[in-house]
Design a protein. Structure first.
Length: 345
């Protein structure tokens, strides 16, 4: 091999490709092939620049989400698979062609990918941590600020022709955030820390649940009982699924608000709906739901004490571009034999 080829790490996919396809009298081996199996979730407005990925690989993109069987069709002949928040089950990964070397989840969470199946198949899985921390933290505080001045109820009143807030005394709750308490469940990570910084800047008292000693740490039950706002920032796993349920909701103050920008199944949704209908808590801001989108008959769409958004925390243009740039960097590092942001298998 020439000096250029031998400089490539010998365990890298790029080296293997060169070794298989390069000689002095042949053209260089073709680029790797990468498929975006559901690009529409990422580039729904066709505003993203994917040129950094194109530097490393030839891209095939499918706009729509895919069933497991459609995933299998779309990965044929591909080396790298990019997915966004759709299930990639084990029985499908088992049937992936031998060409697939990397599954790149375009996001932080990776519970949608069967890691055991990927390990058995010898496929590396990477994710993109921290790309949306600022954007999600800003959304959490958008909800907190809206609840503090009842902005959404005021707009609903106007849209229905009700101008009582103008012609009578103020008809809705309206309070300052300074001195109020914010409880962050699992709030020591990147997003939770940014939410804490914003809260402290507005004079709020911040408490967290934490496995390690912290001066502002509280046990879960005490945090729920005392805080004016509770925001969820823990990962979804067997221990945290339905962490917020009928029993834990009863611990919260009737004037308290719940915010979830993490994973929908952290909350048992039927229990939350009942608590909101019965005014067990004052309201909830939900950017994620157990089923996305919620069923057509879900009361969440119409409850007056709910702010409901379609998982938009990561969807700002700048956030999505940052995400795709991290995806490109992950792919580049993988091809050089020094993968980063690898999910432990």
């Amino acid at each position: 091999f020439s000096g250029t080829v031998s400089a490539i790490p010998q365990k890298s996919p790029l080296f293997e490709m060169a070794a298989a396809g390069y000689s002095s009298d042949r053209p260089p081996a073709k680029k790797m092939k990468v498929v975006l199996i559901n690009a529409g979730r990422l580039d729904f407005d066709n505003a993203l620049d994917l040129s950094k990925i194109e530097e490393h690989a030839e891209i095939t993109r499918y706009q729509s989400d895919a069933s497991p069987e459609e995933i299998l069709e779309r990965v044929q002949g591909q080396d790298i698979v990019i997915s966004k928040e759709i299930p990639v089950p084990g029985h499908i990964i088992e049937q992936f062609p031998a060409s697939v070397r990397l599954i790149q989840e375009a996001g932080t969470g990776f519970n949608n990918v069967d890691l055991a199946a990927a390990k058995a198949k010898g496929i590396t899985v990477c994710n993109c941590p921290a790309y949306s921390s600022d954007a999600v933290a800003h959304l959490v505080f958008t909800m907190i600020l809206n609840f503090s001045c009842s902005l959404v109820p005021q707009m609903r009143m106007l849209q229905s022709g009700n101008r009582d807030n103008f012609t009578k005394c103020l008809q809705v709750p309206h309070f300052e955030l300074q001195g109020k308490s914010l409880g962050l469940i699992g709030g020591s990570g990147g997003i939770g820390s940014k939410v804490a910084t914003l809260a402290e800047a507005l004079g709020m008292k911040v408490f967290v649940t934490s496995r390690s000693p912290k001066p502002n740490a509280l046990p879960l039950e005490e945090l729920l009982k005392t805080c004016d706002f509770v925001s969820l920032h823990c990962p979804l796993n067997a221990e945290t699924k339905h962490l917020i349920n009928k029993d834990t909701l009863k611990l919260m103050k009737p004037t308290a608000y719940l915010i979830n920008s993490g994973r929908g199944s952290l909350i048992k949704e039927t229990d939350l709906i009942e608590a909101l209908q019965n005014k067990t808590i004052a309201g909830a801001g939900l950017d994620v739901q157990e089923t996305e989108p919620p069923p057509a008959d879900s009361p969440l769409y119409t409850l007056e004490n709910v702010i409901l958004t379609p998982h938009i925390g990561w969807k700002r243009l700048e956030t999505r571009q940052r995400l795709m740039d991290i995806v490109a960097d992950n792919i580049g590092a993988f091809l050089q034999g020094a993968p980063v942001n690898v999910v432990p298998l």
